[in-house]
Design a protein around this ligand. Structure first.
Ligand code: PHE
Length: 453
């Protein structure tokens, strides 16, 4: 049952809320980004810091976003305008919209790669290739012009199509079907990977912490990854929160989504690292890890054709349930603040994101010589959004809840105006007032080199 003010689209059921929100959280961040970032940052020790950030910072930030959005019933910019009239807090909203542009651009470029790999799986394109050949295949594809761009545009089109259909009939309808399937497939793939000879080494890499590998930049990477993976820090969950019915439990929704997201990231690690080690591949091999390693495994295992196809379809699906959540941030903003129709807002945002996104898709091709601070365009957007904009956004979001909105309003929203027991309130307030802001600020300043402890 949903209780919602008239005239605004919303999620229609509890499962719909979880599917949509977990759909946003679970994506390329879990299956593509987590394994290679963990791989580049020492594996097990990274995982522990990551888990700590999810629990101590991620969940409270997520609850803060939910309560802001559901309280205000607006897009990310409008929420701050409404809750803090005449104050500059709306700048957080603008930063969120900017982050949405950047994330959607580079993220959809990778999502486009999954379409190429679905196609390659379909034509049995990996069969008989060794890991070097698969590496070359990926590098050549990614360095091309037409294919990365066309796949990018196709993926943007799919995203726009769902968003145009609305919240209940678009976002909710598709995520409710797609998310359960994703889980089943990942479990199957993990089991397969675990039964490969030499799998133990991969598990040891993932689960045995070696703290000598931890540096300040590793800690920032873990924080950035936690924010990125949970879709927090830019208002995705403020926007989705504004579609959640007034009788849903925001605290338990946040915990369920964070757990599901973490479980999927770890499962992805379990599906990938044993295989990486079993086939003697470098765990820190960057953005190509999933696109080189997995085809290698698939083409050697029984039923590989089938699993490969399924895996890349599911990678695409995971990406799609996330890209829609990012596009929705921009579309909701355009609709509510600029007064556009949903259709026009979707076209406008899709077009403008595509300009940036095409540059990302060409970052290894014709634009490979563009070098900004040591990054190509893709790398720059990837790093800036996850490691800078999301933590900063998260910082301001908790500061807003703790020091502007205040205890009463936060409690009213989290407890559904007193209908639910919220015994966690003192802990929540302590975290959003002190722990999260201080931790985010320290990690952030250290990570970007502005502070040396
Ligand atoms: N959480 C998504 C993932 O892990 C990515 C994302 C980031 C989505 C930020 C929305 C906002 O793939």
């Amino acid at each position: 049952m949903s209780i919602q003010p008239a005239g605004r689209d919303s999620f229609g059921s509890r499962f719909g809320v979880i599917a949509a929100t977990a759909g946003s959280a679970i994506g390329l961040g879990n299956i593509w980004r987590f394994p290679y970032v963990a791989g580049e940052n020492g594996g097990g020790a990274f995982l522990i810091i990551y888990l700590l950030f999810i629990l101590a910072i991620g969940i409270p930030v997520m609850m803060s976003e939910f309560l802001i959005g559901r309280g205000a019933q607006r897009n990310v910019f409008g929420s701050f305008k409404l809750l803090a009239p005449g104050k500059p807090w709306y700048l957080i909203g603008l930063m969120g919209v900017a982050a949405a542009f950047m994330i959607l651009a580079f993220y959809t470029a990778v999502a486009g790669w999954t379409l190429e790999y679905i196609y390659l799986s379909l034509i049995d394109g990996f069969s008989g290739m060794n890991s070097e050949q698969l590496d070359v295949m990926f590098t050549e594809f990614r360095g091309g012009t037409w294919r990365p761009v066309l796949w990018f545009l196709l993926f943007m089109g799919l995203t726009a199509f769902i968003i145009m259909s609305g919240v209940k009939n678009g976002i909710e309808k598709y995520t409710k079907i797609l998310m359960p399937v994703l889980l089943v497939i990942l479990v199957i793939l993990s089991v397969r990977s675990l039964t490969l000879p030499g799998a133990g080494k991969g598990l040891a890499f993932l689960f045995t912490p070696d703290f000598s590998k931890i540096t300040t930049s590793t800690i920032l990477e873990a924080l950035g990854q936690a924010f990125f993976s949970l879709s927090i820090g830019m208002g995705t969950l403020i926007t989705y929160g504004s579609y959640i019915a007034k009788n849903e439990n925001l605290g338990s929704t946040a915990v369920s989504v964070a757990l599901a997201d973490t479980l999927i990231a770890v499962l992805a690690g379990v599906a990938i690292f044993p295989a990486v080690f079993a086939f003697g591949i470098e765990p820190g091999s960057g953005e190509g890890l999933v696109f080189i390693t997995l085809p290698n495994i698939f083409q050697q295992m029984t039923g590989g054709y089938f699993f490969s196809l399924l895996f890349f379809i599911l990678l695409g699906v995971a990406a799609l349930t996330s890209t829609i959540s990012v596009l929705e941030v921009i579309v909701a903003y355009f609709v509510e603040e600029l007064g556009l129709t949903r259709k026009k807002a979707t076209w406008l945002s899709t077009f403008s994101v595509s300009v940036l996104g095409i540059m990302c898709a060409l970052s290894w091709g014709v634009m490979r010589d563009v070098n900004i601070l040591g990054f190509n365009i893709f790398g720059l957007l990837n790093f800036t959004s996850a490691n800078i904009l999301l933590p900063l956004g998260g910082l301001f979001i908790v500061l807003f809840v703790a020091w502007y909105l205040g205890r009463e309003k936060a409690r009213d929203e989290l407890s559904n105006q007193g209908m639910l027991k919220v015994t966690y309130m003192p802990l929540f307030l302590f975290i959003v007032k002190f722990v999260a802001p201080i931790a985010i600020a320290l990690v952030f300043l250290q990570g970007v080199g502005l502070l040396k402890i």
